[in-house]
Design a protein around this ligand. Structure first.
Ligand code: MRU
Length: 342
């Protein structure tokens, strides 16, 4: 994988032969972004099965359960992580009668399938989302929901680049995204490579540009979407959504259905990761704040569904009431309200 902690200065690729190192790469955010950490955990479990020195399939499953616990303890908010681990473990348990070589091959195939499906989901949701972007739009995005955060072309950035590739003359405002600067370091890097016109701004400038009429759409990704459409995403997303509502700007969320958690009724049940204080107090090698002060660093916030104009998934565009339309998006045909699949 590409090491996202050293971009944009250095393009460095990491290789792993232990699932413990894979888990560490998620915790330390060498890989980050909800779909990407799901795919990484799946590949980590395939690696654990391949490298295990168990002599029976039963012993390999026991080791895999331990690996699932370690990988599942890396980051709490993005549900894609748990979705991918649970899918891998179901595949493992369902094949407990197979020979060890067959068992290992099945897990590798499943992890690669999870990766390939994410590529397809990115592509499909980007096409659906691009239909919401009009020629001449200035689109604001927060954090990084691009190829780095996924297995394919990305979610919010996928929507933006798909609109650009359709020939729409758009421009992007990229929030720098304090404290870890995923916007400045990663989204700006991706959009520059894609040739999409953009302007990097600090998070606190978003309201100013909206007030000046310079933002027509907001598109962000998500780490977990509750059944009612409340959206957990990078800290600062909620502020952007409130600002968008105040200025009558549609606020769109783009995410694969693997980010939708129908087991959680609303956003109040989404666990919010609290990260180290030095992410806030130190930038690069420079300490910004005095030692021994109280610091908060929640990595995500929750945007209530009433601020979300639409949720774009690979199956279509969902509008409120999300309790109905998200169930339809993930394939529950009993939903009274369907999604826009055109
Ligand atoms: O802490 P991060 O960088 O993993 O947070 C990432 C985000 O919040 C993204 O917007 C989200 O995962 C969607 S990525 C397609």
């Amino acid at each position: 994988m590409i090491d996202q902690t050293v971009l944009p200065e250095t393009e460095d690729y990491l290789y792993f032969d232990s699932y413990l190192d894979v888990a560490d790469s998620i915790t330390t955010m060498k890989v980050r972004g909800a779909p990407a950490i799901g795919v990484t955990a799946a590949l980590g479990l395939a690696l654990a099965a391949s490298k295990s020195d168990a002599s029976t399939t039963e012993d390999a499953i026991t080791e895999l359960r331990e690996a699932a616990i370690v990988l599942g303890a890396t980051r709490p908010t993005a549900v894609n992580l748990f979705w991918a681990i649970s899918r891998m473990m179901s595949m493992a348990e369902a094949n407990n009668e197979k020979s060890l070589p067959e068992f290992r091959a099945i897990l590798i195939e499943e992890a690669v399938r999870i990766q390939e499906e994410d590529v397809d989901r990115n592509e499909s949701l980007s096409e659906f989302g691009a239909s919401l972007i009009e020629d001449g739009d200035n689109v604001l995005t927060h954090c990084n929901a691009g190829a780095l955060a996924c297995a394919g072309c990305g979610t919010a950035v996928g929507v933006i680049t798909a609109a650009w590739e359709q020939g729409k003359k758009i421009h992007v405002y990229v929030d720098e995204t304090r404290p870890r600067l995923q916007g400045a370091k990663l989204t700006a890097w991706e959009l520059k490579r894609a040739g999409v016109p953009m302007t990097l701004i600090t998070d606190s400038m978003a309201g100013h540009f909206m007030q000046q009429g310079k933002v027509q759409k907001v598109v962000v990704g998500a780490d977990r979407i509750a059944a009612n459409g409340d959206v957990a995403n990078k800290i600062g997303t909620y502020s952007v959504a409130v600002l968008a509502q105040a200025h009558n700007i549609p606020f769109y969320v783009a995410a694969p259905t693997s980010t939708i958690d129908l087991n959680i009724v609303d956003g109040s049940h989404i666990p919010i990761e609290e990260r180290a204080e030095d992410e806030v107090t130190i930038v690069g090698k420079t300490r910004l704040a005095p030692l021994d002060i109280q610091v908060a660093n929640p990595a995500f916030d929750v945007t209530p569904n009433r601020l979300v104009a639409a949720i774009v998934t690979e199956t279509g565009v969902a509008h409120a009431p999300y309790l109905e339309t998200l169930a339809a998006a993930v394939g529950d045909r009993n939903s009274a309200n369907d999604i826009d699949r055109s």
